[in-house]
Structure formats: structure tokens, C-alpha cells
Design a protein around this ligand. Structure first.
Ligand SMILES: Nc1ncnc2c1ncn2[C@@H]1O[C@H](COP(=O)(O)OP(=O)(O)O)[C@@H](O)[C@H]1O
Ligand SMILES: [Mg+2]
Length: 286
């Protein structure tokens, strides 16, 4: 890891207004219901051919339909192997229309974390009234991740650029190079922990300024890419109005403080919280 961190700055003032999120039937659901010949062939190709090989994954029809729609809309042209497999989602490499690598996060619509996801959505003003089927909750969740990425980006936090969302599938900028995906902070030796910490806390403050709390922030969701620390996995991020906002903020601060304190940075959960809360007020962000 190099000595200097490049950090991105805020692009826009972000306020406290929220865009409503629509979880009506998606195009992918319609395609899956129709299951025309072209779609069936795509499904087969994605399963069978080397180029579209999806290792260790069996997608349901609607997930294939979401990928099919992303190909039709020119967001994707080929699907690669998995970067990560998790409880709620798998992340894959894929190629966009121009042959550049992108990351595709595919949420399982049979997630065992449905209840927890609903609890996170409840209390977020953007998602009022969305409960009900697992699929609707997952669709809302993926849109929330997309919208959180946009909001974080506008606030000057380095995150993967969100490119497209379709049902339970999110396409975003790939962090990594020909040799593979970029490592998380768990897997790098941090030579300048003070600087790294100051970047992370600045990003936390910018998120907080933009009305968001990450909610699962730790060294596992911070990636070191291109000389820069990048925040990932913002699906669960909640607004500061969320009933559990306080608890999530405290936990994020605890995780980050303990990670950097172990690297001999002079930080405690309390000092980080007080930095976020006392210096977060706009307009100055630095
Ligand atoms: N945009 C991306 N580019 C490259 N790798 C990524 C990207 N997003 C996620 N990953 C990889 O996939 C892993 C899981 O992604 P994440 O969004 O944290 O999902 P999960 O909810 O499973 O933790 C990350 O730890 C990272 O290694
Ligand atoms: Mg993660």
C-alpha cells in the first residue's frame, strides 16, 4: 500500500430529501413469465457455454431474465466467474458492452436474511409501505443499494460507480485489475494507518452529512483499489432517521476504531463518534 491516499471530493450538495423507490413488477418478471424462445436460449447459454459459465450457481428464471434484460439493454455482454459468494448475494465478474470488466452483485431471492432485510427497510422514509413478499423486499434492497451508492458518491465518498439495477441484480464498476479483484483492508498491510484512518473517518463524516449511516462498516467492507480506499456494500445503509440509526452508528464506530486502534492509531469509539457528530455540520467538509 502506498503512502498517499487519493480521495475524491464532494460533487454536489446533498440534502435530506429522499426519492421514492418503486418496486412494481420489473421487466425481468415479465420476461420470466413470458419465457420466450430467445430467453430460453439465453438461459441455456448462460448455463452451458464457457463464456457465460456461472460456476456453482443455479439462478431462478427471474434472475436469468434480469441478466437477459441487462444484456438486451447493453449493460452486459458476458458473464464471468464469482468474486465472492455470500449469504445474501454473490458478486461476479462480467464484461460490459465495450468489453470492460464490471462487477455484478446478484441477490438471492431465497435469502435467509429476509426478516433482517425487512427490519432495515422499515423506518427508511424511501421505503415506506414495502413489506410483504421476499422478492419485493429483495428488489427494494437492491434499489436501495444502488441509491445509497449514488448518494455516497454525490457526497464525495469513494464507492464503486453504480451502473444499472434490474430486479435482484446490481451492475457496478469493478474494483480490481487483470490480476483480480482489489483486496479489502483485511488483506493488505497498511503502512500508514493514521492516513488510512483519516480517510475512512472523513468518508464516514461525509456519509453522515448526507444523512446516511453505513450500518456494516468494517475492514471487510473497505477495499484498497488504485491507491484509494473505497467503501463497498452499502445495501444496508440507513438514513439517520432510522429507528436503529444510533445503534448502527455506534457499531460502525466501534468496528473502525478497534481496527485502527490495533494498528496503533490513537482512536476510540468515542473520539470517532465525537468527530462525526461535532464536526459533521455543513458547510465545511474538511
Ligand atoms: N465492485 C466490486 N469490484 C470488485 N470486487 C467487489 C466489488 N463489490 C464487491 N466485491 C467483492 O465481493 C465481496 C462481497 O461484496 P459485498 O458487497 O461486500 O457483499 P456481501 O454482502 O456479500 O458482503 C467483497 O468483499 C469484495 O471482495
Ligand atoms: Mg461485504
Amino acid at each position: 500500500m502506498t503512502d498517499e491516499f487519493v480521495e475524491s471530493g464532494p460533487t454536489d450538495e446533498v440534502g435530506d430529501e429522499w426519492e421514492a423507490i418503486d418496486v412494481r413488477d420489473t421487466e425481468a418478471d415479465r420476461i420470466a413469465r413470458q419465457k420466450d424462445r430467445e430467453f430460453s436460449e439465453f438461459r441455456k447459454r448462460l448455463k452451458n457455454t464457457e463464456q457465460f459459465k456461472v460456476e456453482g450457481s443455479v439462478f431462478d428464471d427471474a434472475t436469468y431474465a434480469a441478466l437477459y434484460k441487462l444484456v438486451q439493454d447493453d449493460y452486459l455482454q458476458a458473464f464471468g466467474g464469482p468474486i465472492s459468494t455470500g449469504k445474501e448475494a454473490n458478486v461476479y465478474e462480467a464484461l460490459d458492452d465495450e468489453g470492460e470488466t464490471v462487477a455484478v452483485k446478484v441477490y438471492l431471492t431465497t435469502t435467509s436474511n429476509f426478516q433482517q432485510m425487512s427490519d432495515y427497510l422499515e423506518g427508511d422514509p424511501r421505503f415506506e409501505g414495502i413489506r410483504g413478499s421476499t422478492t419485493k423486499v429483495v428488489i427494494a434492497w437492491v434499489r436501495k443499494e444502488y441509491s445509497n451508492l449514488k448518494r455516497a458518491q454525490a457526497a464525495g465518498v469513494a464507492v464503486p460507480n453504480p451502473l444499472a439495477v434490474q430486479r435482484n441484480v446490481l451492475v457496478m464498476e469493478y474494483l480490481g485489475d487483470e490480476e483480480g479483484p482489489a483486496p479489502t483492508l483485511v488483506d493488505v498491510t497498511i503502512e500508514n494507518p493514521e492516513t488510512a484512518y483519516s480517510v475512512v473517518r472523513k468518508y464516514m463524516r461525509r456519509l453522515y452529512d448526507a444523512g446516511l449511516i453505513h450500518g456494516d462498516l468494517s475492514e471487510f467492507n473497505l477495499v484498497f483499489h488504485d491507491g484509494q480506499i473505497t467503501v463497498i456494500d452499502v445495501g444496508q445503509a440507513v438514513t439517520v432517521h432510522h429507528p436503529n440509526a444510533e445503534e448502527f452508528l455506534e457499531r460502525d464506530c466501534r468496528n473502525i476504531a478497534s481496527f485502527f486502534a490495533d494498528l496503533d492509531v490513537d482512536v476510540t469509539t468515542e473520539s470517532l463518534r465525537s468527530y462525526l457528530e461535532t464536526e459533521a455540520s455543513p458547510p465545511s467538509r474538511d
